[in-house]
Design a protein around this ligand. Structure first.
Ligand SMILES: Nc1nc2c(ncn2[C@@H]2O[C@H](COP(=O)(O)OP(=O)(O)O)[C@@H](O)[C@H]2O)c(=O)[nH]1
Ligand SMILES: [Mg+2]
Length: 289
């Protein structure tokens, strides 16, 4: 089974239509809006489809489907689709509200990179609840990677400080930093991220770093609101979109990438260790349509 087989297809190209008439385009628009692509972006994509079909003389539904795949994949393609691991160590911060899948995604990614020959260290920067570090510890054991943690209530920047020292001593390639979900206080989030950033600058100047915003695909347009709030408080370099399994709301991927102007870098389609992958726009749009 392919990775994206768990996404529900939008289903517009299923054979109800045999010609590209107004009914067809209207139904297509409706499906994309239902899939949470957002009205503006849907219009843009469908207008583009009409134009390309006219220019290229496409008259059949199958041809239109292929054309739509191209259009959507182009919307999702950015110059920097991968996480930059140029320095040793590199640092990747995971931010986002509670329950979206930060800790789980870190665990999955740790396993993936470890298996790829990367030396990974996890930093338990969600010091808000003791259970958060415990959950990350289970993932560290599962993935077979090291974890750095402190007591509940500790300063997350201090955890990052320890993790960077451990990374240098053990010659780790990458430090994955878990954080607490704190959308409810933007100033808090900014202060915390700035502090972590200063620790990285001091301890490992020139370190390549990324800040990935984790979003739950099932929250639809609400996720988009969250994304905008976080983007104001933090310099986001990529999105991790979780829980795409079993939802037909995959269009939210497009709305988010467009709105924030940053690429979706990873997607999650389940709770298992193998259920996270680098995002491939073409594979994704093929599964979606
Ligand atoms: N179905 C599904 N569940 C997920 C996915 N990613 C995370 N979860 C679940 O979402 C819940 C919250 O995840 P967690 O990592 O604790 O979220 P955090 O609060 O952001 O750290 C857990 O039950 C995870 O198993 C996914 O891609 N698909
Ligand atoms: Mg967590």
């Amino acid at each position: 089974m392919g990775f994206f087989d768990k996404i529900k297809k939008i289903g517009i190209f299923g054979g109800l239509f045999s010609q590209l008439d107004d009914d067809f385009y209207e139904e297509l628009e409706e499906s994309l809006v239902m899939a949470d692509m957002g009205a503006d972006l849907t219009m843009e994509a469908v207008d583009e489809l009409r134009e390309r079909c006219r220019e290229q003389g496409i008259k059949d539904v199958e041809g239109a489907r292929a054309c739509m795949r191209d259009i959507l994949a182009e919307m999702l393609t950015f110059p920097n689709m991968t996480v930059s691991l140029e320095t040793t160590p590199a640092v990747v911060l995971f931010i986002g509200v509670n329950g979206v899948g930060k800790t789980t995604s870190i665990g999955k990614l740790a396993a993936r990179w470890k298996n790829g020959g990367c030396k990974v260290i996890l930093a338990a920067g969600d010091t808000f609840r003791a259970a958060a570090a415990d959950q990350l510890t289970i993932w560290a054991e599962r993935a077979g990677v090291d974890i750095v943690k402190q007591h509940e209530g500790a300063d997350p920047a201090a955890v990052v400080y320890d993790a960077l020292n451990a990374a240098r001593a053990r010659k780790a390639d990458v430090v994955l930093v878990d954080t607490a979900g704190r959308l409810h206080n933007k100033q808090n989030l900014m202060n915390e991220l700035n502090k972590i950033s200063r620790v990285i600058d001091r301890e490992c100047p020139g370190t390549s770093r990324e800040t990935l915003l984790v979003l739950d695909a099932t929250t639809g347009q609400n996720g988009l609101v969250q994304a905008k709030e976080f983007a104001k408080a933090a310099g986001i370099t990529g999105i991790v979109l979780t829980k795409l399994d079993g939802t037909a709301k995959g269009g939210i991927v497009l709305a988010i990438a467009k709105e924030l102007g940053v690429p979706v870098k990873f997607v999650g389609v389940g709770e298992g260790v193998d259920d996270l992958r680098p995002f491939d726009p073409r594979e994704f749009t093929e599964a979606l349509l």
